[in-house]
Design a protein around this ligand. Structure first.
Ligand SMILES: *Cc1c(COP(=O)(O)O)cnc(C)c1O
Length: 364
């Protein structure tokens, strides 16, 4: 029997197909495409499921991070401490705001911002800490918020990979001033294009960001400040509203597949992430191997597609090398060893078994 192909991810329509189609049709028939009832409705629904008071729909997750910083008055001359391991867009957002990213190393088990590494790079210019809930794993928020309080720093959370995640039972995005979410198609809640949201419990901040995302307009023709143009559009908002009711089921599916991987992969010669907090929403399932390239080739030959998140620590990226350099030995090692196995709600038990057998066959 030849093994079936296991793609890394599938974005074909699933159980949400009819609801998604109907949502798109509804917007086109209504003939209103920017800042209308779908965005308002989605903002309310998303705030509710996220456990935050306010959500503001914006163009993408990068803008959401930048708008949070700008909304807090953070920009030129300020430093923002962020992990050496993340999607590069986290650091891009800091630079877009006018501030300077300062990188700190990650915790080797959690793979998120290490509070003691943060402590070492705090300076008189530090304005904010920007932890990332990477791979769906909540960062160590109690330690990070304690540190921020001691040094009087803002905290904004990069929640782009972690909608519905909790840290010690408390929703992410609620620990500091707010959280930035992405609805890029491959994310846990994906649109049919770009989309993002800022969530916060601070009504004044939400209000400011609502104006900032729309050119700084406070009334239809009064630009209070320049702001930017970063509006979630009605079609994306309608699709996201249609898909949102499935998100908790999809998240449970991710958790159950992750539990199987965690149970059946140890002993196969790879480092499998421990479950540090049950609030992990498993956007990705990163394993580590000193023989990553050979393991990937072996899996590829068995029909299994894998990806690397991420091959290069941010301080080594050409775009950021002139930012404050940081020694990040843990991120350096992780970037050499880490690879992501297929894990998404539509992955079948048979496909998961195939992944497990193939990984075990490599070393076992
Ligand atoms: C996807 C992502 C972003 C950027 O979101 P976009 O919607 O693509 O702009 C930022 N940070 C992290 C951790 C992400 O995964």
């Amino acid at each position: 029997m030849t093994a079936a192909r296991v793609p890394f991810l599938s974005l074909q329509p699933g159980e949400d197909a009819d609801a998604t189609d109907a949502a798109i049709r509804r917007v086109i028939d209504r003939g209103r495409f920017i800042l209308g009832p779908e965005v308002e409705g989605f903002e309310q629904d998303f705030a509710t499921v996220s456990g935050l008071a306010h959500a503001v729909g914006v163009g993408n997750g990068t803008d959401a991070l930048c708008l949070l910083l700008q909304g807090l008055g953070i920009g030129r001359g300020d430093e923002v401490i962020t992990p050496s391991l993340s999607a590069g867009f986290t650091a891009v957002a800091v630079i877009m705001s006018g501030a300077t990213p300062v990188f700190a190393d990650i915790n080797p088990d959690r793979l998120t911002l290490d509070p003691s590494a943060v402590q070492a790079v705090i300076s008189s210019r530090t304005a904010a800490l920007l932890p990332v809930h990477l791979y769906g794993q909540p960062a160590d928020m109690p330690a990070i918020t304690q540190l921020a309080a001691r040094h009087n720093l803002a905290v904004i959370e990069d929640c782009c990979q972690a909608p519905l995640a909790t840290c010690q039972g408390r929703p992410i995005g609620t620990f500091g001033h707010g959280g930035a979410f992405s609805f890029y198609p491959t994310k846990n809640l994906g649109a049919v294009g770009d989309g993002g949201a800022v969530c916060t419990n601070d009504a004044a901040l939400a209000d400011r960001i609502r104006r900032l995302r729309n050119g700084g307009l406070s009334t239809p023709s009064f630009h209070e400040f320049a702001g930017m143009n970063s509006r979630l559009d009605e079609i994306q908002a309608a699709v996201l509203r249609a898909r949102l009711p499935f998100l908790s089921r999809w998240t449970e599916r991710r958790r159950s597949l992750a539990a199987r991987y965690r149970e059946q992969l140890p002993g196969a010669g790879v480092v499998v992430p421990a479950e540090i907090d049950p609030g992990n929403v498993y956007h990705l399932f990163p394993i580590r191997s000193e023989e990553r390239e050979r393991l990937r080739e072996h899996l590829q030959a068995s029909g299994i597609e894998t990806m690397i998140h991420y091959p290069m620590p941010l301080p080594h990226q050409p775009a950021f090398t002139d930012q404050k350099p940081a020694e990040s030995p843990i991120a350096d090692t992780v970037c050499r060893e880490v690879m992501s196995l297929p894990l998404h709600p539509a992955l079948t038990e048979a496909a998961a078994s195939q992944v497990i057998s193939a990984v075990r066959a490599f070393t076992g």
